[in-house]
Design a protein around this ligand. Structure first.
Ligand code: NOJ
Length: 728
């Protein structure tokens, strides 16, 4: 890819300039370029490093994060340019995860749109806003596959599926970086957390990861690889160990896979103090040794740990690290600064006029609303008195709006909301009041998301009793998912379950608007409440996006990218499991099942309702046998049998029936979105090739094996039509 008008990897002219600059640098200044400190503005980890400005001045710190706004970063940049010996520009990074100031849906939510253009646009707009706020670099996309919703960071990724996660990784890299990194409306992206951070034991953040190399390569690595193939400039290591070796000291991951096999030529940054953490991991005897191991394993930049700053020079003297390896890391980082155009104009991202015109612009707010409504997943919508409860009937006059998230601003922003401004969030109460001027909306908080206090139950029940319908906005607050927010129980936190049951007892029809950063265990809700709208955390325009769905201004189209378990004991539960030697058989005790819960999830991967009804028919394959490199055409007809125009996401899965190693019962391989008017039918086609059927065989070759396959097409991973073919 072209970064900054220069080809990133190998433009002679730029290489010569960098070499000339490096010729003037002392070892200490070189190590400064390998050092990244947080500013005092924000803290996204356990430590703060005092005196970062002094370090910038002395050339001992060449990069900062958690510093933003055009004016503040201009001043810091001025120090680097005017007050350091060589005037090398600073690189400014920040966790722009789902928006900078205008916040879009959390990544898990947005993935439920299955809309790659939307995902790319969110990244592009986030970059445009952040770059106007003085930033150069985002620590995103986070592409960790996660199958355990106890892990709070599941909110930050794209769910359980490797193939879908890889498509989204590409969309995000394109959206952030654009075609030219020197364009001051783009950001340098950083794919993270390398690798397999999304599989901590028991879902506890930072915990041990241990898996076979086959699972690593097949399930966890492809999204990182997809981001690298799409040209991502940087990679962040992860906190976890893998097979006994912390990722930050893992030469198998960084040298063998990332650089040798995948040809990555950008730079690798650690996660926050993860070099230092190799000491408590029990991999390094002290920080000095940790620094040696990190550099030798392929880490270029030390985030926040100050280990390189404190120990690298001495390690060079002792011949424990090679100066040529340090030079290579410096080269990679300076090259990125060139690509960003910082050597031409170090202040190009600090333009206050542009900042003023970009933040919270109409373009941002409109997109936040559009992305919000496309992320919503309708889980249940039963009929009451002969009519589905949603969309709200025009005849409804009195609505009781209940719950701690109904008139809440900050929690709707969700985890990692960067510099998101809670005061700009349009709440559900506000949005419903605007959307339904003729209805009376009585709001009652009822309880909080954290405590067991039930003092608010009485007024909430009074409001419910006086209403035609109750809308309950309940779920998790923004601190209950994200980093360091693992949970062992996945029910509604605080007194919300009790509140829900009390309101249900009033006998009024209840619609739950469920806001959370992960799938919650909502079996009781599913069994009792007629309508459930899963909205996740949708960001700045959450209220209007939800109101659009409740009123029917938008017909919900989201499909789950993560399985909803019936209870915590089923975890991990995901659609592409293996069959086992004793697959479930209700009549046979000695088969793979639980005594106390079904094997099936509450809602499967790919699931999501619409206000209309889609019917699948006529699944046809062009051939019953295909050769290697031959196309198989799969066609299916989808009809809209309901009363509303709607958008459906048709999903195609395969199963390889017999392999040299066992294969999952289903694997997503394609999807297509279709918009259908009431009564309309469309026949759509998918093309499968033998390349789509590849996996890591017994001998760890990545290839397809001849044999029998099933192909499934449907509206979710459980409700499908199926056909057979053979690869010969
Ligand atoms: C720790 C998190 O794991 C990482 O995702 C984030 O980018 C850094 N802190 C910086 O805030």
């Amino acid at each position: 890819m072209v970064l900054g008008g220069i080809s990133l990897y190998g433009q002679e002219n730029v290489n010569r300039k960098i070499e000339a600059l490096m010729g003037k640098m002392t070892l200490e200044e070189k190590i400064g370029q390998l050092t990244l400190f947080t500013s005092g503005w924000d803290q996204t980890g356990p430590t703060l490093h005092d005196g970062y400005k002094e370090d910038v001045k002395s050339g001992r710190c060449g990069n900062l994060f958690n510093a933003h706004t055009a004016a503040y970063n201009r001043e810091l940049q001025r120090i680097a340019i005017e007050e350091t010996r060589l005037g090398i520009p600073l690189l400014f990074g920040y966790d722009v995860i789902h928006g900078y100031k205008t916040i879009f849906p959390i990544p898990l939510a947005e993935a439920c749109s299955w809309d790659m253009a939307l995902a790319e646009k969110s990244a592009h707009l986030a970059a445009k806003e952040a770059a106007a706020g003085g930033l150069h670099w985002t620590f995103n996309p986070m592409v960790d596959i996660a199958r355990d919703p106890r892990w709070g960071r599941i909110a930050e990724g794209t769910g359980e599926d490797t193939w879908l996660g890889s498509q989204i990784a590409v969309a995000k890299v394109k959206g952030y970086q654009g075609n030219d990194l020197s364009d001051p409306t783009t950001l340098l992206a950083c794919v993270k957390h390398f690798a397999a951070y999304g599989a901590p034991q028991a879902g506890r953040d930072y915990h041990t990861v241990d898996m076979s190399e086959r699972v690593l390569r097949e399930v966890y690595l492809p999204p990182y690889k997809a981001a690298i193939d799409a040209g991502v400039g940087t990679v962040m290591t992860s906190f976890n160990e893998l097979d006994g070796v912390p990722a930050t000291g893992n030469d198998f991951l960084m040298e063998q896979i990332l650089r040798k096999e995948w040809g990555f030529e950008g730079f690798v940054v650690t996660d926050y103090t993860s070099i230092n953490e190799m000491v408590p991991h029990g991999f390094s005897k002290d920080e000095k040794q940790a620094g040696e191991q990190a550099l030798n394993a392929g880490v270029d930049m030390d985030m926040q740990g100050a280990v390189y700053q404190s120990h690298l020079a001495q390690l060079v003297k002792e011949n424990k690290v090679k100066i040529t390896d340090i030079d290579q890391a410096v080269f990679r980082i300076l090259k990125m600064k060139y690509a960003l155009g910082l050597f031409d104009d170090p202040y190009r991202y600090s333009n206050e006029e542009r900042e003023k015109n970009t933040l919270f612009s109409k373009e941002m707010m409109d997109h936040a609303r559009e992305a919000g409504r496309k992320s919503i997943v309708l889980l249940k919508n039963e009929s009451i008195e002969g009519r589905p409860l949603l969309p709200l009937a025009k005849s409804i006059q009195k609505i009781a709006l209940i719950g701690p998230l109904a008139d809440n601003q900050e929690d709707l922003l969700g985890t990692w909301h960067a510099a998101g401004d809670a005061s700009k969030v349009v709440t559900l109460k506000q949005a419903l009041t605007d959307a339904l001027p003729n209805a009376t909306i009585t709001y009652s908080q009822g309880c909080s998301t954290e405590t067991d206090n039930r003092d608010g139950f009485g007024p909430a029940m009074d409001a419910a009793k006086a209403a035609d319908v109750v809308i309950m906005a309940i779920g998790e607050n923004y601190r209950q998912s994200g980093e360091a927010a693992s949970r062992s129980e996945l029910g509604l936190p605080g007194a919300q379950q009790a509140l829900l049951e009390a309101i249900y007892q009033t006998g009024k029809p209840v619609i739950v608007v469920l806001m959370a950063g992960r799938p919650l265990t909502i079996s009781w809700m599913h069994d009792h409440v007629p309508a459930i709208v899963n909205t996740w955390h949708l960001g700045t325009m959450a209220g209007p996006a939800i109101a659009d769905v409740l009123t029917g201004a938008y017909n919900p189209s989201g499909k789950l990218v993560i399985t909803f378990p019936r209870n915590v004991g089923q975890i991990p539960i995901y659609y592409n499991m293996k069959n086992t030697g004793r697959p479930f058989d209700a009549k046979n005790k000695y088969t793979s099942k639980y005594l106390d819960v079904d094997n099936t999830p509450l809602y499967p991967f790919g699931y999501g309702l619409s206000y209309t009804r889609f019917k699948y028919s006529n699944l046809k394959l062009s051939k019953s046998t295909i050769g290697f490199n031959e196309d198989l055409k799969v066609t299916i007809t989808i009809s809209n049998d309901g009363e509303y125009t709607g958008e459906e996401t048709a999903q195609l899965y395969i199963r390889d029936l017999v392999g040299s190693v066992t294969r999952p019962v289903k694997e997503l391989k394609a999807f297509q979105k279709v918009v259908l008017q009431p009564g309309e039918s469309k026949t759509i086609s998918f093309y499968l090739r033998s390349d789509d059927l590849r996996f890591y065989t017994r001998s760890m070759e990545y290839k397809a094996e001849a044999g029998d396959f099933k192909v499934f097409v449907g509206g979710d991973s459980a409700d499908v039509l199926e056909a057979d073919f053979e690869l010969k």
